[in-house]
Design a protein around this ligand. Structure first.
Ligand SMILES: Cc1ncc(COP(=O)(O)O)c(C=O)c1O
Length: 358
């Protein structure tokens, strides 16, 4: 119940231990087609280039930026947390001129502040934001940010690492041009894949601009030649992670997305209610609070590291500490994917009771 990886179902676990098949096996491309359709359903997009990129969420972040941003491009990042700041850091490494629209950690950013930033300076090539900020437990509404970015002629990139599969995501409706996620949080497999989705228009502009410049591994054009016909070798893809993702997606659609989102909401609500007994309260206001990652403020007198260590050692339960400026001030408790379960919440609350009164 940390900030990820979350637990996985027995079916997903079994898929990880099947014999690996080859990266050009026709069976694998059938599997990939099914996975790619499933990811389109999760993202709610018709984007053809929707793929399970090899690597974790960071690989997704880096690939999306490297394909969209060149030396000297202006990039504006909306950031109210650790992962927003990371996007800015990566864009800088790619040579972009980066402006950050900062928000308070624990709050969402007002689209008017983005507009004010876009009104000054050179036209940006890209605006980026995090949908579900894992460092603060805040959900940022993306549609108003995306429409503001488009008014100024910029592409809009979204980080959906802690939202995909756990809360509603509507990529096409929100007019998001590029997005990445990760499978080890709300999608329900072990780490190793980063779902990425890109519009045709972005792919065209990527090719016209000859991007990415220095990144071979994450070149969307080369990757497209593997995932789609002519299915040319690119790299040895993690076939068992694909098998696990196939099962996880099938399980998600069998459950139904609406029920799945309700399950995350119910687990989070039970957790927040149960924590009140210990005077532990959420960092974010209810209307922007994520049900997937519960950032809760530690009351004074609680030994952060000791309690988390004891939970792990004595109860086999992991919860996360704060990141960046919230280190030592909050806990980050995941109710994500297979872990978003009322029994888990009860177990954690009972374990906390014994540790806090130890
Ligand atoms: C919002 C967000 N973006 C990006 C990442 C990076 O993902 P990964 O650790 O899978 O590389 C994380 C990881 O927690 C995250 O929460």
């Amino acid at each position: 119940m940390g900030p990820g990886p979350s637990s996985v179902s027995p079916g997903v676990l079994a898929a990880m231990s099947e014999p690996p098949i080859g990266y050009l096996d026709p069976e694998l491309f059938e599997l990939l087609d099914e996975i790619r359709d499933g990811l389109r359903k999760l993202f709610r997009t018709t984007n053809k280039f929707t793929v399970p990129l090899t690597g974790t969420g960071m690989a997704g972040m880096e690939a999306c930026l490297a394909n969209c941003v060149a030396d000297g491009d202006r990039v504006v990042v909306v950031s109210a947390g650790y992962f927003g700041d990371r996007i800015a850091e990566l864009a800088k490494r790619l040579g972009a001129v980066v402006d950050v629209v900062h928000g308070e950690w624990g709050e969402a950013v007002d689209p008017a502040v983005l507009r004010a930033e876009l009104e000054r300076g050179a036209p940006p090539v890209l605006v980026a934001a995090v949908h579900a900020e894992t460092s603060t437990g805040v959900r940022q509404d993306l549609a108003p940010l995306a429409s503001t970015a488009h008014e100024f002629g910029a592409l809009f990139l979204a980080d959906m690492v802690t939202s995909l599969g756990g809360i509603p995501v509507n990529l096409d409706n929100w007019e998001i041009d590029v997005a990445y996620s990760a499978v080890q949080k709300c999608v329900g497999t072990p780490p190793g894949l980063a779902p990425v989705t890109v519009t045709d228009a972005v792919l065209e502009s990527v090719q016209q601009r000859g991007l990415p410049r220095a990144n071979w591994f994450s070149d969307f054009k080369l990757l497209g030649n593997y995932y789609d016909v002519p299915h040319m070798y690119h790299h040895t893809v993690p076939v068992n992670n694909y098998k696990a993702l196939q099962i996880a997606l099938a399980e998600a659609f069998e459950e139904g997305l609406a029920r799945r989102f309700d399950r995350h909401q119910a687990a989070s609500a039970a957790l927040i209610e149960g924590l009140e007994e210990f005077d532990i309260r959420p960092l974010a206001a209810p209307e922007i609070r994520l049900p997937t990652l519960n950032a809760v403020v530690l009351p004074s007198g609680v030994d952060d590291a000791l309690v988390r260590t004891n939970l792990l050692v004595h109860h086999g339960i992991e919860i996360g500490g704060g990141l960046g400026k919230l280190k030592g001030k909050i806990w980050r408790i995941g109710t994500m994917g297979y872990s978003a379960d009322l029994n888990n919440v009860e177990r954690l609350l009972a374990a906390l009771k014994s540790e806090l009164h130890r």
